[in-house]
Write a protein that binds this ligand. Structure first.
Ligand code: ADP
Length: 576
Protein backbone atom coordinates (compact mmCIF):
# COMPACT_ATOMS: atom_id res chain seq x y z
CA UNK A 1 0.00 0.00 0.00
CA UNK A 2 1.23 3.46 -0.73
CA UNK A 3 1.79 5.76 2.14
CA UNK A 4 1.84 9.52 2.20
CA UNK A 5 5.35 9.83 3.46
CA UNK A 6 8.49 8.03 4.33
CA UNK A 7 10.58 10.05 6.68
CA UNK A 8 13.36 7.95 8.17
CA UNK A 9 13.51 8.03 11.91
CA UNK A 10 10.06 9.47 12.44
CA UNK A 11 7.07 7.22 12.95
CA UNK A 12 4.16 8.58 10.98
CA UNK A 13 0.56 7.89 11.74
CA UNK A 14 -1.64 7.11 8.81
CA UNK A 15 -3.84 10.06 8.05
CA UNK A 16 -7.54 9.54 8.66
CA UNK A 17 -10.43 10.68 6.47
CA UNK A 18 -14.04 11.07 7.46
CA UNK A 19 -16.91 10.77 5.00
CA UNK A 20 -20.68 10.60 4.92
CA UNK A 21 -23.04 8.57 2.76
CA UNK A 22 -22.77 11.05 -0.14
CA UNK A 23 -19.00 11.39 -0.29
CA UNK A 24 -17.93 10.42 -3.82
CA UNK A 25 -16.34 6.99 -4.17
CA UNK A 26 -13.37 8.44 -6.02
CA UNK A 27 -12.45 10.53 -2.98
CA UNK A 28 -12.53 7.51 -0.68
CA UNK A 29 -10.60 5.36 -3.13
CA UNK A 30 -7.88 7.91 -3.73
CA UNK A 31 -7.38 8.45 -0.01
CA UNK A 32 -7.23 4.71 0.68
CA UNK A 33 -4.74 4.35 -2.16
CA UNK A 34 -2.58 7.00 -0.59
CA UNK A 35 -2.48 5.01 2.64
CA UNK A 36 -5.10 6.95 4.59
CA UNK A 37 -7.43 5.18 7.01
CA UNK A 38 -11.17 5.64 7.10
CA UNK A 39 -12.56 7.17 10.26
CA UNK A 40 -14.79 4.96 12.36
CA UNK A 41 -16.93 6.99 14.70
CA UNK A 42 -17.70 3.95 16.86
CA UNK A 43 -14.13 3.45 17.93
CA UNK A 44 -12.51 6.81 17.30
CA UNK A 45 -12.85 10.24 18.84
CA UNK A 46 -14.08 13.30 16.99
CA UNK A 47 -10.56 14.64 16.97
CA UNK A 48 -9.14 11.57 15.30
CA UNK A 49 -9.65 12.49 11.66
CA UNK A 50 -7.64 14.81 9.45
CA UNK A 51 -9.95 15.43 6.52
CA UNK A 52 -13.74 15.48 6.50
CA UNK A 53 -15.05 15.38 2.93
CA UNK A 54 -18.75 15.73 2.35
CA UNK A 55 -20.97 16.92 -0.47
CA UNK A 56 -23.16 19.27 1.53
CA UNK A 57 -22.06 22.30 3.52
CA UNK A 58 -20.84 21.98 7.09
CA UNK A 59 -22.67 23.51 10.01
CA UNK A 60 -21.03 26.50 11.65
CA UNK A 61 -20.49 24.34 14.73
CA UNK A 62 -18.39 21.97 12.62
CA UNK A 63 -16.25 24.91 11.60
CA UNK A 64 -15.84 26.18 15.11
CA UNK A 65 -14.99 22.72 16.48
CA UNK A 66 -12.38 21.93 13.88
CA UNK A 67 -9.00 21.04 15.34
CA UNK A 68 -5.72 22.46 14.07
CA UNK A 69 -4.79 19.18 12.41
CA UNK A 70 -8.16 18.83 10.66
CA UNK A 71 -9.46 20.11 7.32
CA UNK A 72 -13.00 20.48 5.97
CA UNK A 73 -13.69 20.44 2.25
CA UNK A 74 -16.14 23.35 2.34
CA UNK A 75 -15.79 26.95 3.32
CA UNK A 76 -18.77 28.77 4.84
CA UNK A 77 -20.39 31.39 2.63
CA UNK A 78 -19.56 29.87 -0.73
CA UNK A 79 -23.20 29.23 -1.68
CA UNK A 80 -23.14 32.94 -2.55
CA UNK A 81 -21.47 31.84 -5.75
CA UNK A 82 -23.30 28.66 -6.42
CA UNK A 83 -26.97 29.67 -6.26
CA UNK A 84 -27.66 31.20 -9.64
CA UNK A 85 -29.60 34.15 -8.25
CA UNK A 86 -26.98 34.91 -5.57
CA UNK A 87 -24.23 34.74 -8.16
CA UNK A 88 -26.06 37.25 -10.30
CA UNK A 89 -26.50 39.59 -7.32
CA UNK A 90 -22.81 39.51 -6.51
CA UNK A 91 -21.72 40.03 -10.09
CA UNK A 92 -24.19 42.87 -10.46
CA UNK A 93 -22.80 44.48 -7.34
CA UNK A 94 -19.28 44.30 -8.77
CA UNK A 95 -20.47 45.72 -12.10
CA UNK A 96 -22.00 48.61 -10.17
CA UNK A 97 -18.70 49.40 -8.45
CA UNK A 98 -16.08 48.56 -11.06
CA UNK A 99 -17.95 48.90 -14.33
CA UNK A 100 -19.93 46.44 -16.43
CA UNK A 101 -17.21 45.89 -19.01
CA UNK A 102 -14.91 44.02 -16.63
CA UNK A 103 -17.74 41.65 -15.80
CA UNK A 104 -19.07 41.28 -19.32
CA UNK A 105 -18.39 37.52 -19.17
CA UNK A 106 -21.71 37.00 -17.43
CA UNK A 107 -24.77 36.77 -19.73
CA UNK A 108 -27.49 39.34 -19.10
CA UNK A 109 -29.51 37.84 -16.23
CA UNK A 110 -32.81 38.65 -14.51
CA UNK A 111 -33.81 37.25 -11.13
CA UNK A 112 -37.40 36.14 -11.08
CA UNK A 113 -39.92 37.14 -9.92
CA UNK A 114 -38.39 40.43 -8.72
CA UNK A 115 -36.91 41.42 -12.09
CA UNK A 116 -39.91 40.35 -14.17
CA UNK A 117 -40.90 43.86 -15.25
CA UNK A 118 -37.30 44.70 -16.18
CA UNK A 119 -37.04 41.48 -18.13
CA UNK A 120 -40.20 42.17 -20.12
CA UNK A 121 -38.91 45.64 -20.96
CA UNK A 122 -35.59 44.20 -22.20
CA UNK A 123 -37.36 41.41 -24.08
CA UNK A 124 -39.59 43.94 -25.88
CA UNK A 125 -36.67 46.27 -26.63
CA UNK A 126 -34.69 43.45 -28.16
CA UNK A 127 -37.65 42.13 -30.11
CA UNK A 128 -38.14 45.52 -31.64
CA UNK A 129 -34.47 45.84 -32.49
CA UNK A 130 -34.28 42.41 -34.07
CA UNK A 131 -37.47 42.81 -36.13
CA UNK A 132 -38.49 39.43 -37.44
CA UNK A 133 -35.41 37.65 -36.07
CA UNK A 134 -36.08 35.70 -32.88
CA UNK A 135 -34.28 36.38 -29.59
CA UNK A 136 -33.40 33.51 -27.29
CA UNK A 137 -33.61 33.19 -23.52
CA UNK A 138 -32.98 30.45 -21.00
CA UNK A 139 -34.89 30.04 -17.76
CA UNK A 140 -33.10 28.17 -14.95
CA UNK A 141 -34.30 27.33 -11.43
CA UNK A 142 -31.92 29.11 -9.06
CA UNK A 143 -31.32 26.18 -6.77
CA UNK A 144 -31.50 23.18 -9.05
CA UNK A 145 -28.64 21.53 -10.86
CA UNK A 146 -27.98 18.95 -13.60
CA UNK A 147 -30.14 20.76 -16.11
CA UNK A 148 -33.33 20.09 -14.13
CA UNK A 149 -36.24 22.43 -14.80
CA UNK A 150 -34.46 24.40 -17.56
CA UNK A 151 -36.43 25.80 -20.49
CA UNK A 152 -35.16 27.68 -23.51
CA UNK A 153 -37.62 30.04 -25.15
CA UNK A 154 -37.93 32.70 -27.72
CA UNK A 155 -41.52 33.69 -27.09
CA UNK A 156 -42.45 35.33 -23.78
CA UNK A 157 -45.58 33.24 -23.53
CA UNK A 158 -43.40 30.13 -23.09
CA UNK A 159 -41.82 31.48 -19.91
CA UNK A 160 -43.14 29.59 -16.91
CA UNK A 161 -41.64 29.52 -13.42
CA UNK A 162 -42.91 28.61 -10.00
CA UNK A 163 -39.80 28.93 -7.86
CA UNK A 164 -36.76 31.20 -7.51
CA UNK A 165 -35.49 31.33 -11.07
CA UNK A 166 -33.12 33.23 -13.29
CA UNK A 167 -33.85 34.18 -16.87
CA UNK A 168 -30.69 34.63 -18.86
CA UNK A 169 -29.73 35.61 -22.37
CA UNK A 170 -29.29 32.35 -24.23
CA UNK A 171 -25.86 32.27 -25.93
CA UNK A 172 -27.16 31.30 -29.35
CA UNK A 173 -23.77 31.36 -31.10
CA UNK A 174 -21.82 28.73 -29.13
CA UNK A 175 -18.54 27.38 -30.41
CA UNK A 176 -19.49 24.09 -32.04
CA UNK A 177 -17.43 21.03 -32.79
CA UNK A 178 -18.90 19.18 -35.74
CA UNK A 179 -22.12 21.09 -34.98
CA UNK A 180 -22.24 19.81 -31.40
CA UNK A 181 -22.43 22.32 -28.57
CA UNK A 182 -20.04 21.94 -25.64
CA UNK A 183 -19.08 23.72 -22.45
CA UNK A 184 -16.08 23.55 -20.14
CA UNK A 185 -15.98 22.28 -16.57
CA UNK A 186 -13.08 24.12 -15.01
CA UNK A 187 -11.88 23.11 -11.54
CA UNK A 188 -10.76 25.80 -9.15
CA UNK A 189 -9.46 25.30 -5.63
CA UNK A 190 -9.46 28.01 -3.02
CA UNK A 191 -7.26 26.80 -0.14
CA UNK A 192 -8.19 29.91 1.80
CA UNK A 193 -10.02 33.20 1.52
CA UNK A 194 -7.76 34.98 4.03
CA UNK A 195 -5.42 35.57 2.46
CA UNK A 196 -7.24 34.91 -0.80
CA UNK A 197 -5.46 32.25 -2.82
CA UNK A 198 -6.84 30.74 -6.01
CA UNK A 199 -5.57 27.75 -7.95
CA UNK A 200 -6.83 26.81 -11.37
CA UNK A 201 -6.65 23.21 -12.49
CA UNK A 202 -5.08 22.79 -15.89
CA UNK A 203 -6.99 19.66 -16.74
CA UNK A 204 -10.75 19.55 -16.81
CA UNK A 205 -13.73 18.33 -18.74
CA UNK A 206 -15.48 19.38 -21.90
CA UNK A 207 -19.09 18.31 -21.86
CA UNK A 208 -20.91 17.81 -25.13
CA UNK A 209 -24.51 17.89 -26.17
CA UNK A 210 -25.18 14.65 -27.98
CA UNK A 211 -27.57 15.99 -30.67
CA UNK A 212 -26.60 18.59 -33.25
CA UNK A 213 -27.24 22.21 -32.29
CA UNK A 214 -30.45 23.48 -33.82
CA UNK A 215 -32.11 26.78 -32.93
CA UNK A 216 -35.28 25.65 -34.70
CA UNK A 217 -35.91 23.10 -31.99
CA UNK A 218 -35.46 24.67 -28.57
CA UNK A 219 -37.13 21.76 -26.82
CA UNK A 220 -34.41 19.25 -27.58
CA UNK A 221 -32.39 19.20 -24.34
CA UNK A 222 -29.79 16.87 -25.82
CA UNK A 223 -28.95 19.56 -28.38
CA UNK A 224 -28.98 22.62 -26.09
CA UNK A 225 -27.89 21.42 -22.65
CA UNK A 226 -24.47 19.95 -22.10
CA UNK A 227 -25.14 18.35 -18.72
CA UNK A 228 -23.90 14.79 -18.80
CA UNK A 229 -26.79 13.69 -16.56
CA UNK A 230 -29.10 14.64 -19.45
CA UNK A 231 -26.97 13.47 -22.35
CA UNK A 232 -25.96 10.12 -20.94
CA UNK A 233 -29.60 9.04 -21.11
CA UNK A 234 -29.97 10.39 -24.67
CA UNK A 235 -30.35 8.14 -27.72
CA UNK A 236 -27.03 9.25 -29.24
CA UNK A 237 -24.85 8.95 -26.17
CA UNK A 238 -23.28 5.64 -27.15
CA UNK A 239 -23.13 6.41 -30.88
CA UNK A 240 -19.81 7.26 -32.45
CA UNK A 241 -20.61 10.87 -33.27
CA UNK A 242 -18.63 12.32 -36.12
CA UNK A 243 -15.99 14.74 -34.83
CA UNK A 244 -16.79 14.07 -31.18
CA UNK A 245 -16.73 10.30 -30.71
CA UNK A 246 -18.71 8.18 -28.29
CA UNK A 247 -20.11 9.46 -25.01
CA UNK A 248 -20.26 13.15 -24.18
CA UNK A 249 -16.93 14.15 -22.65
CA UNK A 250 -13.46 15.18 -23.68
CA UNK A 251 -10.58 16.19 -21.49
CA UNK A 252 -9.77 19.88 -21.50
CA UNK A 253 -6.34 19.13 -22.95
CA UNK A 254 -7.93 17.35 -25.92
CA UNK A 255 -10.13 20.38 -26.46
CA UNK A 256 -7.18 22.77 -26.37
CA UNK A 257 -5.23 20.54 -28.73
CA UNK A 258 -8.24 20.67 -31.04
CA UNK A 259 -8.25 24.49 -30.86
CA UNK A 260 -4.56 24.67 -31.61
CA UNK A 261 -5.14 22.51 -34.66
CA UNK A 262 -7.74 25.04 -35.76
CA UNK A 263 -5.12 27.75 -35.29
CA UNK A 264 -6.90 29.30 -32.33
CA UNK A 265 -4.84 31.16 -29.74
CA UNK A 266 -5.56 28.86 -26.82
CA UNK A 267 -3.36 30.85 -24.43
CA UNK A 268 -5.44 33.96 -24.92
CA UNK A 269 -8.60 31.97 -24.26
CA UNK A 270 -7.00 30.53 -21.13
CA UNK A 271 -6.06 34.01 -19.93
CA UNK A 272 -9.64 35.14 -20.35
CA UNK A 273 -10.76 32.14 -18.33
CA UNK A 274 -8.21 33.02 -15.61
CA UNK A 275 -9.60 36.53 -15.38
CA UNK A 276 -13.16 35.31 -15.33
CA UNK A 277 -12.41 32.94 -12.44
CA UNK A 278 -10.57 35.56 -10.38
CA UNK A 279 -13.20 38.24 -10.95
CA UNK A 280 -15.98 35.83 -10.02
CA UNK A 281 -14.33 34.74 -6.78
CA UNK A 282 -13.51 38.34 -5.93
CA UNK A 283 -17.22 39.09 -6.03
CA UNK A 284 -17.77 37.06 -2.84
CA UNK A 285 -14.33 37.14 -1.24
CA UNK A 286 -14.92 40.17 1.00
CA UNK A 287 -18.19 38.75 2.34
CA UNK A 288 -16.95 35.24 3.10
CA UNK A 289 -16.73 34.75 6.87
CA UNK A 290 -13.38 33.90 8.34
CA UNK A 291 -12.91 30.18 8.84
CA UNK A 292 -9.64 28.36 9.17
CA UNK A 293 -8.77 24.85 8.08
CA UNK A 294 -11.13 24.58 5.17
CA UNK A 295 -10.87 24.73 1.44
CA UNK A 296 -13.28 24.75 -1.46
CA UNK A 297 -13.23 22.97 -4.79
CA UNK A 298 -15.36 24.85 -7.31
CA UNK A 299 -16.56 23.63 -10.69
CA UNK A 300 -16.95 26.57 -13.09
CA UNK A 301 -19.21 25.95 -16.09
CA UNK A 302 -17.97 28.06 -18.97
CA UNK A 303 -19.40 28.29 -22.45
CA UNK A 304 -17.21 29.47 -25.33
CA UNK A 305 -18.94 31.33 -28.11
CA UNK A 306 -17.98 31.33 -31.78
CA UNK A 307 -15.80 34.44 -31.16
CA UNK A 308 -13.93 32.51 -28.45
CA UNK A 309 -15.31 34.61 -25.70
CA UNK A 310 -15.80 32.61 -22.47
CA UNK A 311 -19.16 33.05 -20.74
CA UNK A 312 -19.73 32.11 -17.12
CA UNK A 313 -22.85 29.94 -16.85
CA UNK A 314 -22.61 28.89 -13.24
CA UNK A 315 -20.36 27.89 -10.37
CA UNK A 316 -20.76 24.61 -8.47
CA UNK A 317 -19.54 23.65 -5.02
CA UNK A 318 -19.19 19.91 -4.81
CA UNK A 319 -18.83 19.55 -8.58
CA UNK A 320 -19.86 16.05 -9.69
CA UNK A 321 -17.13 13.51 -8.99
CA UNK A 322 -18.81 10.35 -10.20
CA UNK A 323 -16.80 8.29 -12.65
CA UNK A 324 -19.15 7.70 -15.56
CA UNK A 325 -16.60 7.17 -18.31
CA UNK A 326 -12.87 6.79 -18.91
CA UNK A 327 -12.48 10.58 -19.32
CA UNK A 328 -13.91 11.08 -15.84
CA UNK A 329 -11.46 8.56 -14.43
CA UNK A 330 -8.55 10.28 -16.13
CA UNK A 331 -9.43 13.73 -14.85
CA UNK A 332 -11.12 13.26 -11.49
CA UNK A 333 -8.79 10.76 -9.86
CA UNK A 334 -5.78 12.94 -10.44
CA UNK A 335 -7.77 15.99 -9.40
CA UNK A 336 -8.36 14.45 -5.97
CA UNK A 337 -4.72 13.40 -5.66
CA UNK A 338 -3.66 16.94 -6.47
CA UNK A 339 -6.08 18.47 -3.98
CA UNK A 340 -4.60 16.31 -1.26
CA UNK A 341 -1.15 17.50 -2.30
CA UNK A 342 -2.33 21.09 -2.39
CA UNK A 343 -3.75 20.86 1.11
CA UNK A 344 -0.33 19.92 2.49
CA UNK A 345 -1.46 16.83 4.38
CA UNK A 346 2.00 15.38 3.95
CA UNK A 347 3.49 17.55 6.59
CA UNK A 348 4.89 15.37 9.27
CA UNK A 349 3.92 17.70 12.08
CA UNK A 350 0.29 16.75 11.46
CA UNK A 351 0.94 13.11 12.10
CA UNK A 352 4.13 12.37 13.91
CA UNK A 353 4.48 9.73 16.55
CA UNK A 354 7.21 9.35 19.07
CA UNK A 355 10.42 8.04 17.61
CA UNK A 356 10.14 4.32 18.16
CA UNK A 357 12.61 2.48 15.97
CA UNK A 358 11.58 -0.99 14.97
CA UNK A 359 7.89 -0.51 15.78
CA UNK A 360 5.16 -0.05 13.26
CA UNK A 361 3.71 3.43 13.20
CA UNK A 362 0.87 3.89 15.60
CA UNK A 363 -2.68 4.42 14.58
CA UNK A 364 -3.94 7.94 15.11
CA UNK A 365 -6.05 7.23 18.22
CA UNK A 366 -3.10 5.60 19.95
CA UNK A 367 -1.01 8.67 19.61
CA UNK A 368 -0.92 10.78 22.66
CA UNK A 369 -0.42 14.36 21.73
CA UNK A 370 1.48 16.27 24.29
CA UNK A 371 0.18 19.72 25.08
CA UNK A 372 3.30 21.08 23.41
CA UNK A 373 2.45 19.21 20.23
CA UNK A 374 -1.09 20.45 20.24
CA UNK A 375 -0.03 24.02 20.78
CA UNK A 376 2.49 23.87 18.05
CA UNK A 377 0.02 22.40 15.62
CA UNK A 378 -2.52 24.98 16.64
CA UNK A 379 0.01 27.68 16.02
CA UNK A 380 1.01 26.09 12.79
CA UNK A 381 -2.51 26.03 11.65
CA UNK A 382 -2.96 29.69 12.43
CA UNK A 383 0.14 30.48 10.46
CA UNK A 384 0.12 27.44 8.31
CA UNK A 385 1.97 29.16 5.62
CA UNK A 386 4.89 29.53 7.97
CA UNK A 387 5.38 25.92 8.94
CA UNK A 388 6.41 25.10 5.44
CA UNK A 389 9.49 27.17 5.74
CA UNK A 390 11.87 24.30 6.23
CA UNK A 391 10.29 22.42 3.38
CA UNK A 392 10.30 25.39 1.13
CA UNK A 393 13.87 26.11 1.93
CA UNK A 394 15.01 22.53 1.51
CA UNK A 395 13.26 22.60 -1.74
CA UNK A 396 15.12 25.62 -2.89
CA UNK A 397 18.36 24.23 -1.56
CA UNK A 398 17.90 21.21 -3.71
CA UNK A 399 17.01 22.57 -7.01
CA UNK A 400 15.22 25.83 -7.24
CA UNK A 401 15.87 28.80 -8.94
CA UNK A 402 15.76 29.16 -12.42
CA UNK A 403 14.15 26.48 -14.33
CA UNK A 404 12.49 27.87 -17.26
CA UNK A 405 9.92 25.39 -18.38
CA UNK A 406 9.15 25.19 -21.98
CA UNK A 407 5.73 23.60 -22.26
CA UNK A 408 5.13 22.86 -25.85
CA UNK A 409 1.60 21.64 -25.19
CA UNK A 410 -0.93 22.85 -22.76
CA UNK A 411 -0.49 20.85 -19.55
CA UNK A 412 1.07 17.95 -21.36
CA UNK A 413 4.31 17.75 -19.45
CA UNK A 414 2.52 17.81 -16.16
CA UNK A 415 0.35 14.98 -17.32
CA UNK A 416 3.41 12.95 -18.25
CA UNK A 417 4.62 13.42 -14.75
CA UNK A 418 1.22 12.78 -13.28
CA UNK A 419 0.58 9.47 -14.86
CA UNK A 420 3.83 8.05 -13.52
CA UNK A 421 3.54 9.65 -10.17
CA UNK A 422 0.70 7.80 -8.59
CA UNK A 423 1.52 4.49 -10.16
CA UNK A 424 4.77 4.32 -8.24
CA UNK A 425 4.27 6.53 -5.31
CA UNK A 426 6.77 4.83 -3.06
CA UNK A 427 9.44 5.16 -5.62
CA UNK A 428 8.63 8.72 -6.38
CA UNK A 429 11.86 10.31 -5.35
CA UNK A 430 13.67 7.70 -7.34
CA UNK A 431 11.63 8.06 -10.43
CA UNK A 432 11.13 11.74 -10.39
CA UNK A 433 14.55 12.52 -11.70
CA UNK A 434 13.85 10.35 -14.71
CA UNK A 435 10.50 11.92 -15.24
CA UNK A 436 11.91 15.38 -15.00
CA UNK A 437 14.88 14.73 -17.09
CA UNK A 438 12.38 14.29 -19.89
CA UNK A 439 11.03 17.78 -19.26
CA UNK A 440 12.30 20.59 -21.31
CA UNK A 441 14.13 22.65 -18.73
CA UNK A 442 16.01 25.62 -19.93
CA UNK A 443 18.03 27.72 -17.60
CA UNK A 444 20.26 27.40 -14.66
CA UNK A 445 19.68 25.24 -11.62
CA UNK A 446 21.44 26.55 -8.59
CA UNK A 447 22.64 24.03 -6.10
CA UNK A 448 22.49 25.77 -2.78
CA UNK A 449 23.14 22.72 -0.71
CA UNK A 450 25.23 24.34 1.97
CA UNK A 451 25.74 22.00 4.90
CA UNK A 452 25.49 24.84 7.41
CA UNK A 453 22.11 25.68 6.00
CA UNK A 454 21.05 22.06 5.96
CA UNK A 455 21.65 21.83 9.69
CA UNK A 456 19.43 24.79 10.24
CA UNK A 457 16.61 23.41 8.18
CA UNK A 458 16.24 20.18 10.09
CA UNK A 459 12.55 19.50 10.38
CA UNK A 460 10.43 18.19 13.20
CA UNK A 461 10.94 17.42 16.07
CA UNK A 462 13.73 19.97 16.52
CA UNK A 463 11.88 22.79 14.87
CA UNK A 464 10.43 25.46 17.11
CA UNK A 465 9.09 28.84 16.27
CA UNK A 466 12.23 30.43 17.66
CA UNK A 467 14.30 28.10 15.57
CA UNK A 468 12.23 28.94 12.54
CA UNK A 469 12.78 32.64 13.04
CA UNK A 470 16.49 31.95 13.22
CA UNK A 471 16.28 29.89 10.07
CA UNK A 472 14.48 32.63 8.36
CA UNK A 473 17.17 35.06 9.30
CA UNK A 474 19.91 32.72 8.18
CA UNK A 475 18.26 32.17 4.86
CA UNK A 476 17.71 35.87 4.39
CA UNK A 477 21.40 36.25 4.64
CA UNK A 478 22.19 33.29 2.49
CA UNK A 479 19.63 33.01 -0.26
CA UNK A 480 19.48 35.12 -3.38
CA UNK A 481 17.26 38.16 -3.21
CA UNK A 482 14.92 36.92 -5.91
CA UNK A 483 14.45 33.85 -7.99
CA UNK A 484 15.22 34.01 -11.64
CA UNK A 485 12.32 34.27 -14.00
CA UNK A 486 9.93 31.45 -14.56
CA UNK A 487 7.89 31.63 -17.63
CA UNK A 488 5.68 28.97 -19.04
CA UNK A 489 2.46 28.67 -20.91
CA UNK A 490 0.46 27.59 -17.91
CA UNK A 491 1.01 30.69 -15.88
CA UNK A 492 -0.43 33.55 -17.76
CA UNK A 493 0.79 36.16 -15.34
CA UNK A 494 4.33 36.48 -16.44
CA UNK A 495 5.20 39.31 -14.13
CA UNK A 496 4.93 37.19 -11.00
CA UNK A 497 8.10 35.27 -11.39
CA UNK A 498 9.44 34.96 -7.89
CA UNK A 499 7.58 31.76 -7.11
CA UNK A 500 9.43 28.51 -7.54
CA UNK A 501 8.28 26.38 -10.42
CA UNK A 502 6.25 23.24 -10.01
CA UNK A 503 9.25 21.12 -10.78
CA UNK A 504 10.75 21.86 -7.42
CA UNK A 505 7.62 20.51 -5.77
CA UNK A 506 7.47 17.44 -7.90
CA UNK A 507 10.77 16.23 -6.56
CA UNK A 508 9.51 15.92 -3.05
CA UNK A 509 6.36 15.05 -1.29
CA UNK A 510 6.25 17.36 1.67
CA UNK A 511 4.80 20.27 -0.12
CA UNK A 512 2.57 23.04 1.02
CA UNK A 513 0.74 25.68 -0.89
CA UNK A 514 2.70 28.33 1.00
CA UNK A 515 6.30 28.88 1.82
CA UNK A 516 8.35 31.65 3.24
CA UNK A 517 10.84 33.30 1.05
CA UNK A 518 13.15 36.16 1.58
CA UNK A 519 10.33 38.30 0.23
CA UNK A 520 7.79 37.07 2.77
CA UNK A 521 5.03 34.49 2.74
CA UNK A 522 4.15 33.27 -0.70
CA UNK A 523 1.91 30.61 -2.11
CA UNK A 524 3.43 27.95 -4.36
CA UNK A 525 3.06 28.57 -8.04
CA UNK A 526 2.09 25.00 -8.91
CA UNK A 527 1.02 21.94 -7.03
CA UNK A 528 0.37 18.96 -9.27
CA UNK A 529 -1.77 20.32 -12.06
CA UNK A 530 -3.00 23.21 -9.94
CA UNK A 531 -1.58 26.54 -11.01
CA UNK A 532 -1.71 29.60 -8.82
CA UNK A 533 -3.72 32.32 -10.52
CA UNK A 534 -4.23 34.59 -7.55
CA UNK A 535 -2.30 36.47 -6.24
CA UNK A 536 -0.58 36.94 -9.56
CA UNK A 537 2.00 39.66 -8.97
CA UNK A 538 3.70 41.57 -6.20
CA UNK A 539 0.95 44.17 -6.07
CA UNK A 540 -1.86 41.64 -5.66
CA UNK A 541 0.16 39.72 -3.09
CA UNK A 542 0.55 42.92 -1.11
CA UNK A 543 -3.17 43.64 -1.60
CA UNK A 544 -4.07 40.44 0.29
CA UNK A 545 -1.74 40.93 3.20
CA UNK A 546 -3.91 42.97 5.55
CA UNK A 547 -7.38 42.01 4.44
CA UNK A 548 -8.30 42.17 0.78
CA UNK A 549 -7.72 45.47 -0.98
CA UNK A 550 -10.32 44.88 -3.67
CA UNK A 551 -9.79 48.17 -5.41
CA UNK A 552 -6.10 47.55 -5.81
CA UNK A 553 -6.65 44.01 -7.05
CA UNK A 554 -9.23 45.10 -9.62
CA UNK A 555 -6.88 47.83 -10.75
CA UNK A 556 -4.16 45.22 -11.41
CA UNK A 557 -6.60 42.96 -13.23
CA UNK A 558 -7.90 45.83 -15.30
CA UNK A 559 -4.36 46.49 -16.49
CA UNK A 560 -4.07 42.90 -17.69
CA UNK A 561 -7.48 42.86 -19.32
CA UNK A 562 -6.73 46.12 -21.12
CA UNK A 563 -3.72 44.54 -22.75
CA UNK A 564 -5.84 41.85 -24.39
CA UNK A 565 -7.73 42.18 -27.65
CA UNK A 566 -11.45 42.56 -27.04
CA UNK A 567 -13.27 39.30 -27.73
CA UNK A 568 -16.38 41.10 -28.93
CA UNK A 569 -14.50 42.85 -31.69
CA UNK A 570 -12.92 41.02 -34.59
CA UNK A 571 -12.07 37.45 -33.85
CA UNK A 572 -8.60 38.18 -32.51
CA UNK A 573 -8.32 34.78 -30.89
CA UNK A 574 -7.44 33.37 -34.27
CA UNK A 575 -3.70 33.54 -34.72
CA UNK A 576 -2.57 35.78 -37.46
P1 ADP B 1 -27.50 23.44 -14.04
O1 ADP B 1 -27.06 23.88 -12.70
O2 ADP B 1 -28.91 22.94 -14.03
O3 ADP B 1 -26.54 22.52 -14.70
P2 ADP B 1 -26.49 25.49 -15.84
O4 ADP B 1 -26.59 26.95 -15.66
O5 ADP B 1 -25.16 24.88 -15.69
O6 ADP B 1 -27.55 24.79 -14.89
O7 ADP B 1 -27.06 25.15 -17.27
C1 ADP B 1 -27.14 23.83 -17.78
C2 ADP B 1 -26.69 23.82 -19.21
O8 ADP B 1 -27.52 24.68 -19.99
C3 ADP B 1 -25.29 24.32 -19.40
O9 ADP B 1 -24.37 23.30 -19.21
C4 ADP B 1 -25.33 24.83 -20.83
O10 ADP B 1 -25.15 23.79 -21.75
C5 ADP B 1 -26.74 25.35 -20.96
N1 ADP B 1 -26.82 26.80 -20.66
C6 ADP B 1 -27.04 27.36 -19.45
N2 ADP B 1 -27.09 28.68 -19.53
C7 ADP B 1 -26.89 29.00 -20.82
C8 ADP B 1 -26.82 30.21 -21.56
N3 ADP B 1 -26.99 31.39 -20.96
N4 ADP B 1 -26.60 30.14 -22.88
C9 ADP B 1 -26.43 28.97 -23.51
N5 ADP B 1 -26.49 27.78 -22.87
C10 ADP B 1 -26.72 27.78 -21.55
Amino acid sequence: MMTEDKNPGIMLKPLVFRVDENTPEVVKNVLLERGWNKYNENVQDVGDWNLYWRTSAFRMIDHSNVKPWQRLNHHPGTTNLTRKDYLERHLKHMKGIFGASLYAFSPLTFIMPSDYIKFVAEYSREKEALGTKPSYWICKPAELSRGRGIIIFSDLKDLIFDCATVVQKYISNPFLIARYKCDLRIYVCVPGFRPLTIYLYQEGLVRFATEKFDLNNLKNNCAHLTNSSINKTGASYKKNKEGVGRGCKWTLSKFFAYLRNQDVDDLLLWQRINHLVILTILSIAPSVPFASNCFELFGFDILIDDKFKPWLLEVNVSPGLSLDCSTDVLVKRKLIHDIIELMHFNQTHLRKTKKEPGKASGHWPHISWTEGDKDRVRETSKHWCKISWTEGKKDRDHEISGQRTNFSHFGQKNRVHASSRYMSHNKESHNSSNIFSSLDFKGKVYNRNSSALQKKVRGFPKETFCAKSRERKVSKDTLPSAFPKIRNRQTTFKSFHHFPSSESYKKKKNITPYFLSDKGTRPCSHVGDFVLIFPFNEATLAATENGLDLKKVIHELQKLVNKQPKPEAEDKTKKT
